[in-house]
Design a protein around this ligand. Structure first.
Ligand code: GLU
Length: 438
């Protein structure tokens, strides 16, 4: 049977990294097995669900490159893919439980499922064989199926949807393991075969003390989008939260993860969350991605920061962005790093000015200005040669000689390759900037 897996988030307005990792593991499994990855929106809690909250899920998954094969926006023949639109199906299954004598109604109007009160053993592909003794009603009260107001309880609709959507493998967070015996009771009562269960260990804070919460830095996928991480890097990072290739590699392309991924390779131990490692991976991915891809992401990050790139020739922007590739771990730092390319009133770092723009460096800057003004060929090699020659003439180490020039041209002591940025800025801008007084 071709696997059918799903990600079934509730739209809370927040896509947690744990949720994204669950989605990714399901997606990986579908890709490895040639199966189908379904997205289902569990929006039974009408008060909390909004269109924007659903959009957060779409945006997060798409940014990570986790495309769903069936679900909202893309369709499929097992829909609708919103629980809020599946009421007729739930009524049908409710009737089936009723006809089977599994339900009873309480005085307040709530409907409960009569537990068979047995020991249910969850055979889990990650956690192993886990027995749950459900015999004691004080610790395991009969679950509610339907509230007095007619609304459905999570357990029931979740199971009905998995049955109706033909889900063969349920991979989800370990926080749901304790729900699973209840779900198995429902499968049995409905005469349906339960899926393969795989409960993925939780994500812990970096120090390993406690579950990662909504308030912890890096818990929301939206924060990675806003901070300009490399999506490939974050996805790579999520792959390593609870799974690893056996050769200790860290940076690993998704095409290589897919054939290696399997349920029995998921770690049983909880994964500790290390945002520093994620930022490092992001930097590695930026360095090694094709320049066109970097340009597109960098372009987006600058425009988001309010830089008006449309004012510049495309080729200029492209060359400028290429000098920044591989220099930053996250693109939220790009406006500060590359801003001088796109504005003439870039801020001058006062510490850098205090150190490098002095009476001692003034004559050197003037010499640079004169030499660059008279340079016959404006290209990287000529620029490099002339600056090196001048450094020697002044008897100053090259690095030290270049710093004042860099501060004049960019406002900072850190930035892209000096010779390249001089070439790209062009003679006119360079001379104008060197002419400025300090
Ligand atoms: N809506 C549930 C959640 O967000 C889905 C649980 C499941 O995957 O079965 O946790």
């Amino acid at each position: 049977m071709t696997p059918r897996v799903r990600f079934a988030p509730s739209p809370t307005g927040f896509l947690h990294v744990g949720g994204a990792r669950t989605a990714l593991f399901n997606w990986l499994y579908a890709r490895r097995t040639g199966g189908t990855f379904v997205l289902r929106i569990e929006d039974t809690d009408a008060a909390r669900n909004t269109e924007e909250a659903v959009q957060v899920i779409y945006d997060g998954l798409r940014w990570l490159g986790i495309e769903w094969d069936e679900g909202p926006l893309v369709g499929g023949d097992r829909g609708p893919y919103f629980q809020s639109e599946r009421n007729a199906i739930y009524e049908r299954y409710f009737q089936r439980l009723q006809d089977g004598g599994h339900l009873y109604t309480e005085e307040n109007g709530a409907t409960r499922f009569r537990s068979p009160r047995e020991t249910v053993v969850v055979e889990d592909a990650v956690c192993g064989s886990v027995p749950f003794d459900l015999s004691d009603p004080t610790t395991h009260p009969d679950m509610t199926i339907r509230r007095p107001d007619g609304s459905w309880i999570f357990h029931f609709v979740n199971v009905v949807d998995d049955i109706e959507m033909g889900i063969t493998h349920v991979m989800r967070g370990e926080d749901h393991l304790s729900n699973t015996p209840k779900h198995m009771e429902l499968y049995r009562a409905l005469g349906a075969t339960p899926p393969v269960w795989a409960h993925i260990p939780l994500i812990l804070k970096k120090d390993g003390k406690g579950k990662m919460s909504k308030r912890d830095e890096g818990s929301s996928v939206a924060s990675y989008i806003a901070d300009g991480y490399a999506p490939e890097g974050v996805r790579n990072f999520l792959c390593l939260l609870g799974w690893s290739p056996k050769d200790n590699r860290e940076k690993i392309p998704i095409e290589e993860v897919i054939p290696l991924f399997d349920l029995d390779k998921i770690n049983r131990r909880n994964a500790a969350f290390d945002l520093e490692k994620c930022a490092w991976l992001s930097g590695e991915w930026f360095r090694e991605m094709p320049p066109e891809r970097h340009r597109a992401l960098a372009w987006e990050a600058l425009v988001r920061a309010g830089v008006d790139l449309a004012r510049f020739p495309a080729e200029y922007v492209q060359q400028a962005l290429d000098t920044c590739q591989g220099k930053l771990r996250v693109l939220k730092d790009l406006p500060a790093y590359a801003g001088f390319y796109f504005r003439d009133d870039y801020p001058i770092d006062p510490a850098a000015a205090g150190k490098h723009l002095t009476s001692e460096t003034k004559p050197r800057l003037e010499a640079v200005r004169t030499a660059l003004a008279g340079l016959p060929d404006w290209d990287v090699t000529s620029i490099e040669t002339v600056l090196k020659t001048l450094a020697t003439q002044f008897g100053v180490k090259l690095g030290a000689f270049l710093q004042p020039v860099r501060v004049m041209l960019t406002g900072s002591t850190a930035g892209p390759s000096m010779y390249h940025l001089v070439e790209i800025l062009g003679r006119e801008k360079v001379l104008e900037r060197l002419d400025r007084s300090f």
